[in-house]
Design a protein around this ligand. Structure first.
Ligand SMILES: *Cc1c(COP(=O)(O)O)cnc(C)c1O
Length: 332
């Protein structure tokens, strides 16, 4: 069943590579020779393109097609100061010839590094929310753009509408086709999960493909009991939009919320160790906010013996590299 049914603006470099992580596996085996360590693969969605890539690019292909169909000339979106979503949206706007306004939480930092530096280079206008509610300011900013004669279009937080999530329904099918062609059976996927579009989209793609394995969302900043219903609702809406109606139940959405650490954007020892281990064993870089935390969670599940040695786990590398440089003082 094809899920690629919505208008799509090609922005991403697809398919992204699917690669084995043999040296990471060996390092985990060496820690404890009696521990079952599954085969590990990485899906390189850090290589999707748009000013250093990441998972928002696949969502933006559908979100931009929708914005253009509605005649927009200005994109607005919202996020944290080091938002990858905002940086990728700014890049998509630049590439498409649209204006871009970003509403970022908090106040301007002393040094605009990492994603923020890229937002500026990409030509986005930045509004700092300060103590104000970010979403209220976003709505006000869109009204101000319209009043000034522009045609504004709001890209939702994290790109996580049913239209955006469509990108990951299709991505899931891309991965399963790649794995099948390579002769690898996928038993589990693990992914950093926060605004939900990625995990909900994957759930839709998995369901449509009859995938029998499990999708483990490693929650970045939300407790499972309030996140699972939101994921199920988004997946249900996405499936309906894609012409593959299905009702997802909250308990079907696997969310691990034991790895929230000090909260969103707080780099802890677990994230640091995961970043170092992947970098030194595979030459592969993670980000401090999302993929560092997600791999830390996956490593913990492996060390707990949650997976069998004959199983295969795919880690979705969802990007975030620029944020690494904004955490230099905490990593070096
Ligand atoms: C946004 C983001 C995520 C989370 O994806 P959601 O669809 O918001 O759940 C994961 N990793 C990175 C690097 C991100 O930027």
């Amino acid at each position: 069943m094809t899920l690629d049914t919505l208008p799509r603006l090609p922005l991403a470099h697809l398919p992204t590579p699917l690669e084995p992580l043999p040296r990471l596996r060996a390092a985990l085996q060496q820690e404890d020779p009696n521990r079952p360590v599954p085969r590990l693969l990485v899906k390189r969605d850090d290589q999707t393109g748009l000013a250093s890539g990441g998972n928002k690019t696949r969502k933006l292909e559908y979100l931009l097609a929708q914005a253009l169909a509605e005649g927009a000339d200005t994109l607005l979106t919202v996020g944290a100061p080091q938002s990858n979503h905002c940086r990728q949206t700014a890049a998509a706007a630049a590439k498409t010839g649209l204006r871009c306004v970003l509403v970022l939480g908090g106040n301007a930092p002393r040094l605009e590094g990492g994603n923020l530096l890229l937002d500026r280079l990409l030509g986005a206008e930045i509004l700092w929310a300060g103590e104000q509610d970010r979403l209220a300011l976003l709505a006000e900013a869109a009204q101000a753009q319209a009043a000034a004669g522009h045609r504004p279009h709001i890209i939702p937080y994290g790109g996580s509408s049913p239209v955006g999530a469509a990108g990951y329904a299709v991505a899931c099918q891309e991965l399963l086709a790649q794995a099948a062609a390579a002769g690898w059976r996928v038993d589990h996927m693990a992914v950093a999960s926060s605004s939900g579009g990625t995990q909900a989209g994957l759930a839709v793609g998995a369901w449509a493909a009859g995938f029998a394995g499990q999708i483990h969302g490693i929650s970045i900043d939300r407790r499972a009991d309030d996140y699972q219903p939101a994921l199920a609702e988004l997946a249900t809406q996405t499936a309906g939009l894609l012409g593959a109606p299905h009702t997802f139940r909250p308990e079907e959405m696997i969310v691990h919320d034991a790895y929230l650490g000090g909260g969103y954007g707080v780099l802890g020892e677990a994230e640091r160790a995961a970043l170092r281990l992947l970098a030194s064993s595979e030459g592969l870089l993670l980000d401090p906010v999302y993929t560092g935390r997600a791999l830390a969670g996956l490593l913990d599940l492996i060390r707990q013996g949650r997976f069998a040695a004959e199983e295969t786990v795919v880690f979705w590398h969802t990007g975030g590299l620029p944020a690494l440089f904004a955490y230099a003082d905490q990593l070096s």
